[in-house]
Every structure is written in structure tokens, then in C-alpha cells.
Ligand binder design. Sequence first.
Ligand SMILES: Nc1ncnc2c1ncn2[C@@H]1O[C@H](COP(=O)(O)OP(=O)(O)O)[C@@H](O)[C@H]1O
Ligand SMILES: N[C@@H](CCOP(=O)(O)O)C(=O)O
Length: 303
Amino acid sequence: MIKIVVPASTSNLGPGFDTFGLALGLYNIFLVERHPSYRVCVIGEGTHLPRDTGNLMVMAYRMACSRWGVEEVPLKVIQINRVPTARGLGSSATAIVGGITACERIHNLRKRVEEKVEVALELEPHPDNILPALVGGLVVCAKGEEGISFVKLDFPEDLRVVVCVPSVEVSTEEARRVLRGDVSLQDAVFNVQRSCLLLASLMTRRYSLLKEAVKDRLHQPYRSRLVPAMYTVMEEAYTAGALASFLSGSGPTVASLCQGNCEKVGQAMVRAFKKAGVEAKYMVLQVDREGTRCHEDTDVGHR
Ligand SMILES: Nc1ncnc2c1ncn2[C@@H]1O[C@H](COP(=O)(O)OP(=O)(O)O)[C@@H](O)[C@H]1O
Ligand SMILES: N[C@@H](CCOP(=O)(O)O)C(=O)O
């Protein structure tokens, strides 16, 4: 049996829509072995997920087999999910990366990251969760005619990510539908300035700049109507001592970067959601620096 461990991720980080992704120390585990027919068992988050070839992990496995010219063998998959689904924490990316990695391992292939991303993009058109799930850390990515370009950066060790996960689900598909197809030059410039400022302030540890650097005009304003009290939750996070606060991926989770005050920030965000009538929970997470890892023929413990 092969154990594939894939990290969650928070993407966009405010202004870097479809560009920035950060791997988180929260994991989905996929236990995989050859089997006479496809079988999927889901433990933990997402017990509603398909148990057959309609499961995204299996779809990704089959897609990778077909693109890489190997004959698929049916799999038994046990998913141990810790990443909440449809909350903006890259759950779907874990499934896609899990399936592609399963193909690589079962069929003894060694593929470059770029080759895996190429397959992944057929199932999820934005690379900003796929890449951190694969390689870990803070990833900057760009999709071009020649394929994917990316750089993995060292995220400051002293920062934690406090995620506040509301009980409501928002599918990424729906959260992309509410966006505008065109943007003004002013808004484009606003986001370019802040995306660059965000990277510069993280790389030089100028944390006082982060609050301005995570502002966004391309997606958060439109998504705020899908996420009750979104801006109030961010404001309360700042009042409690957060350095930065933004919508995690397409939401509805709100993520805050903190150097201290993590519990205080988490509790403040939960209270703000509650005031708007929405139950929520928070988690204080480290950044994952390794990305996807595999253990073969191991005695399978629950990480
Ligand atoms: N852990 C998972 N395993 C299998 N399929 C998943 C998983 N997480 C999400 N999916 C599939 O991906 C689809 C899209 O999920 P999405 O709304 O993008 O969630 P997220 O924001 O958590 O990535 C879901 O409808 C579901 O079918
Ligand atoms: N850049 C994408 C990220 C979606 O992430 P998810 O975790 O919500 O699937 C977007 O903003 O749509």
C-alpha cells in the first residue's frame, strides 16, 4: 500500500489572484493499492464525495495514466481527509495531486513538476493550489503558452496562518462565476502594486507593510456577497493583532498571517462570523515546506 500525504493550501493571499499559493500544515492522506475494481472509502471531511470513478482523485489518476500512456489498473483508495471541502483551502487540489502522484508511483514513473501540473490543469484551470500542494512553501506561478512557470520562495519561519473556516460551503465554480470578465486599468494597477509589495515585504520581513499589501480589487469585493461578514471578520482579525487578513482561495475561509496573538485572532474571527449568524472554527497552522510526500509499503499510521 502507498501512502500519499498532500498539504492543503491558501491561494491568492489577497491581490495575487490565480498567482500566489501557500502550502499549509494540514493534510489529506490517500492510501492506494491495486484492486480488482475501483473502490473509494472516505474518512473525515467530505464524506459526501463520490465513492467511484466520479471521485476527483480517481479522475486525476486515470487522466494521468491516459496522458502519460500507461495502462490504468483499478485502485482501492482510502482517503483520510482533514482539509474541509469547498472552503477555499485547496481540497480539490489535494485530490488531483493525490491521483497524479498515485499514477506516478503505481506505474514507477518519474515526472517533472511541470509535467504533473500540465495534467492537473485539465481538471482545475488555476495552478495556485496545485503547485504548493506539490512542492510546498510559498509559490508564485504563471500560466503561459509555453506551459507553467513557477518559483518556490521561503516563507518567513516566524509567521503562522490562522484560518477561520465557516460552516457554510462555497464552491470554487460559483465563486469564479461572480467575478467580472473585465477590469479597469486602475484596479489592475492597484493589484499589481500590492502583489509586488506583498512579495517584497515578506522577503524583507517588513511586516508593517502587509496590511496594505494584501488589499485586493479583483476578486474579494465580488465574493464578499457570498461570504457573510467577510470584511468585518478581517477587521476583527486586525484589531486582535493580525498582520494581514484575506479571503483564503475563493472562500469562504478567511486567513490571517500572525507573528503572535494567534489564538486571539482566531477567536476574534470566529466571534465576528457568529455575530453574522454563521458558525465557524479556527485552526492555527504552520506553513508546509515540503509538499507531497509518499511512503511505500509502510505500516500506515494516521499522520
Ligand atoms: N478531498 C477530495 N477528494 C475528492 N474530491 C474532492 C475533494 N475535495 C474536493 N473535491 C471535488 O472537487 C470539487 C470542487 O471542489 P471545490 O469547491 O473547488 O473545493 P475546494 O475549494 O475545497 O478546493 C468538489 O465538488 C468535489 O467533487
Ligand atoms: N485562484 C483561485 C483559487 C481557488 O482556490 P480554492 O481553494 O477555493 O479552490 C480562485 O480564487 O478562484
